[in-house]
Design a protein around this ligand. Sequence first.
Ligand code: ARG
Ligand code: ZN
Length: 876
Amino acid sequence: MRSEVGTTVKLSNYAPAAYLVPAIDLTFRLDPKRTIVRAVMQVRPNLGTPPGTELVFDGDGVEMLDLKLNGEPIEAKTSPDELRIENVPHEAFTLEIETAIDPEANLALSGLYRSNGVYCTQCEAEGFRRITYFPDRPDVLSVYSVRIEALADQAPVLLSNGNPGESGALEAGWHFAEWHDPWPKPSYLFALVGGDIVGSFDTFTTMSGRTVDLGVYVERGKEDRTGWAVDSLKRSMKWDEETFGREYDLDVFNIVAVSDFNMGAMENKGLNIFNDKYILADPQTATDVDYANIETIIAHEYFHNWTGNRITCRDWFQLCLKEGLTVYRDHEFSADMRSRPVTRIAEVRTLKVAQFPEDAGPLAHPVRPTSYREINNFYTATVYEKGSEVIRMLRIVIGEKAFQSGMALYFDRHDGDAATIEDFLTCFEEASGRSLSQFALWYHQAGTPQVTAQTAYDEQAQTLTLTLEQSTPPTPEQNEKEPVHIPISFALFGAGGEELAVPNQSEAVRDNVIHLTDREMTIEFQEMENRPVLSLLRGFSAPINLNFDQPIEDRIFLARHEGDLYTRWQALDRLATDAIISSYRDSGGEQLASGTDALLDLYGEMAADERLDTAWRALALSLPNETTLVREIERNANPDAIHKARETFFHAITSRHGEAFGILYESLVSNEPYSPDPQSAGRRALELALLDYCTMAENSGERAKKLFDEADNMTERAGTLEVLMLRRPASQETAAARATFEERYGSNPLIMDKLLGMVAKIPGSDAPERVRAAMTHPNYVETNPNRVRALIGSFAAGNPTGFHQPDGTGYRLLAEVIGRVATRNPQLAARMATHFRSWKGMDSTRREAAHQTLLELRKTSGLPLDVRDILDRTLS
Ligand code: ARG
Ligand code: ZN
């Protein structure tokens, strides 16, 4: 086992591997408790490795059974976490290593483990060393040949990376299958699956006319829920060909869904392994949101085949090279499959709920970090989501043409490489002929830049002057920040709502984008006969906090007339956020902020405007998230008062529009059979958003219960139940609906997770008790990450009043779970521990309670490094 304190790995200490492994043959003899792994590796010293250099391979808890060099037994220093051989030849040689591992005892779900009787692997980031000794780092690329042996009845299906080879029966009920992957890959992309799983098959013909066999495997009995995954996969493959010219490169592409998985999914070459939550779908069991998530995660993992696998990372500091870029690609895919503005709204909401708080707290780190103690703690919203935003900005900064040729150059030049962010940026510098040295700060500086904007209109001179000022707050280990290159998309509107043409002024103000590169900048718009309305940060062109003291009338105007639907939503969201925060500040949320009349009217208008996409209207009606509101408060936040302020605002909309919303709601209820397409999903989203308001307006759960009873699909069943549980937790309708739901779906854990999530989110002081009660439910199995995330994750991240109880009961509940989970599954426990990240922004009572809880938790003996790292940083 690795040490508890760990060592800090630094980017500045990067050195190439001393020994490379161009090829590896692996033989697995699968056994639940004692799997034997035989590895035959072709090893050679790297260029520049001096003769006599000791060979050091990584291990993690593996038992060495046999070791031979060029066929001869050899002396070595072996411990469970390292293999050291002093005298190796200074030329190519063969190393044979036999190890034993225990898949069933592997509850960390890293390396080779068993999930519901299915053998599977998760090797990213450092799981391969839990299988055999190896230079387990992404810049060591090998060609893998794999032979799997297993009892035929226990594991009739045997899969690994690449293309299938021989397979057949062996003695005593055993059988085998061989796989060969011709593409050299790092060990983190290795995968193996063995189990009684069932495949759904299809084919895809690539742009050059090759046929690829597709398989989506699930646990027996779930095979009729794979259709959407197969469909999403085919659309992803087509899209990557059409959009980026990327073709798939093996004869088969397999996906396996398992029920115990630490993350969403994993892009192992030719054998993606998924959390089954992101594969299984049919109208009866999955919601519209599930359908959308499956589509985007399938795309994400598939797109990794080029951005991640064909071009991989030199070291783990470059994680964003594959993750940020691949998130960007899956966002683009979703935008093309669905409505672009609607997907953009969802992206920005996620960014603000998950990444902005991270960037504003003790866990803030650059998109490309320079040091880590535990790499698994850097699979963060910053690396993924901000990493994607940076690419999005790059496209704006250098323009469409240069961006496309930069991507083409990157694919061409670095195919087969383990590359760096510098390699990536150089391609775009060459393609655009511009220096990106300032732009690169987005990768190196942590913290969300703050931009303050001010305008002044001079009637006489007919000019509008805009002053911009940027600064980035200090973050851990980075006090001083340089100004960054911020592309601010903008438009000017005339009084009639028409967009005014803005001539290019300079390099810095062109094509309706302001390139803010200095700390301060002043721009003058001339020949403005009337004061125009300025729309700033259109499309959320940069991940910044914009502090623009814009008159409310102007924002209302934009919420009505902005032609870009994302930005129209942004104006509305800003208005609502400001109104709620004013109410919080002025009256502790008891009273509505003054001057909200026009805004309240707007909600009625948008809900009813049939020219607008229904999905967009649903988003317009959903108020700013409490977590985002808490972050906007920044200091001394009182989540109870924030909740109250949001409720007060919700009530105000309800009392103004309740009746109209009821009528509108009825017009949307439809008895057409379920279809997951974006239009139908939009209709349901609007229907459920309206139902939420009606339930409050009518002070009755009748409408919700009626739809619950009549619905033919999970979206409306779960949606109505959630309205009931959150709005009317104590009502009869709620109890009845919940009982029906449990009875009908009690045997489907993924659906029960939805219920756990609802229970966790019911606000108020009794939330911790309610969550504690749910923990005793037989469905809550703490070794399964999905259960823990559904109940504990939803509670800590989605229920600010419950989690941040002033007496600390919510904090202690989370700490208890972390303590229990930590010994079994360090990664999951560490992930749960990140929910403490905003503790410093709370009021003093809560802050003190959180502080005590964190100190207590840190005293737990035997805490794994993963958790310790998060706690140390959270407390620093
Ligand atoms: N590369 C995977 C993805 O696309 C994430 C896997 C990370 N797993 C881990 N244990 N850190 O997004
Ligand atoms: Zn990824």
